[in-house]
Design a protein around this ligand. Structure first.
Ligand SMILES: Cc1ncc(C[n+]2csc(CCOP(=O)(O)OP(=O)(O)O)c2C)c(N)n1
Ligand SMILES: [Mg+2]
Length: 323
């Protein structure tokens, strides 16, 4: 078990809280009609992104999904640059040309969100082959949902990672649904960890509502990767507080499901209860972070609204990459 320092706990809390407030605010801004394109919010799943990424340095890699804002923030991407990107502004993290589902930041080891379900793991395997061959000791993590675990691309990537003993961690966020289809219907083996173990890798299932459970599970996976012992899978059971995408009427969920989950399965509330019960942090320290984060998000939205869209003359640049 980890011996926690207050600074490390506050850093993790700040990241989780930043993700939550970023998403809750986006939910409001989207209703004002200011944001183009599809947006998939990460509220409710923060303990997974942060519990995983707290083990990674800037030069370790992650590959994200369509629900990627939380992964970006957990990996250290600039929050103001992200907000501008989602608003489609010229000074956004990807010059306003990517938007919500295509945020990438190579300086932070964030290789990209990905709108293709199951598209991330093959990219992670490619990155892991490159870093392994260069002897760099880096770890590459692919995030994927419960829906992605049924994709052939994911099977192939997991098999190759085992065969080549790659320093990779396959994180699966089981939030109960693939779009509108329940996990109990769509995942034949019922749990993703045991299916992953069938590929020949170490795999475990942890409570994704509990930052500490994710952090400890990831510690074991990262240690294996850094020691050259090959890939692992980490299945995190979690829940999302909004619809699949913004605008989803959520008719497939019980009427009180989200309200119940917000009351009983909130990973931020779980974190606060845990650290205050252990006497690791004072309520005042956490409230100071809350105020700081709210001010940051306000600033991010203000700056995004004030920024210009990309100039029409830049329409055909950044389309192809030359090697
Ligand atoms: C290859 C492919 N098939 C289908 C889709 C449409 N689609 C977008 S998100 C999604 C569900 C993904 O579910 P899951 O992996 O559980 O992620 P979650 O949305 O729950 O985060 C689907 C089917 C897609 N984007 N890509
Ligand atoms: Mg899902």
């Amino acid at each position: 078990m980890t011996d926690w320092e207050a600074d490390a706990l506050l850093k993790a809390y700040r990241r989780m809280k930043t993700i939550r407030e970023f998403e809750e605010r986006l939910h409001l801004e989207i209703q004002k009609g200011q944001i183009a394109g599809f947006t998939h919010l990460y509220s409710g799943q923060e303990a997974v992104a942060v519990g995983v990424c707290e083990h990674l340095a800037d030069d370790d890699y992650i590959v994200s999904t369509h629900r990627g804002h939380g992964h970006c923030i957990a990996k250290g991407c600039d929050v103001i640059g992200m907000m501008k990107e989602i608003f489609g502004r010229a000074d956004g993290l990807c010059k306003g040309k990517g938007g919500s589902m295509h945020i990438a930041d190579f300086d932070k080891g964030m290789l990209g969100a990905n709108a293709i379900v199951g598209g991330g793991p093959p990219i992670a395997v490619g990155a892991a082959i490159a870093t392994r061959n260069a002897g760099e000791g880096k770890v590459t993590v692919s995030f994927g949902g419960d829906g992605s675990c049924n994709q052939g691309t994911v099977f192939e990537a997991m098999n190759l990672a085992v065969v080549l003993r790659l320093p990779t961690v396959f994180v699966f966020e089981d939030n109960g649904y693939s779009e509108h289809t329940g996990v109990s219907y769509a995942v034949g083996s019922k749990d993703i960890a045991s299916r992953s173990a069938g590929f020949g890798m170490a795999a475990e299932r942890v409570d994704g509502d509990d930052f500490f459970a994710v952090y400890e599970g990831m510690a074991r996976a990262v240690e294996r990767a850094r020691k050259g012992e090959g890939p692992s899978a980490l299945e995190c059971t979690t829940t999302r507080f909004f619809g699949h995408f913004e605008g989803d009427p959520q008719n497939y969920r019980a009427k009180d499901e989200v309200e119940r989950h917000r009351a009983e399965r909130d990973c931020l509330k779980n974190f606060v209860a845990h650290v205050t019960a252990e006497g690791w942090l004072e309520t005042g320290e956490l409230e100071a972070v809350d105020a700081e984060v709210l001010a940051l998000i306000d600033d991010a939205v203000g700056q995004a609204q004030a920024s210009p869209p990309p100039d029409a003359s830049s329409l055909t640049t950044d389309v192809y990459v030359s090697y």
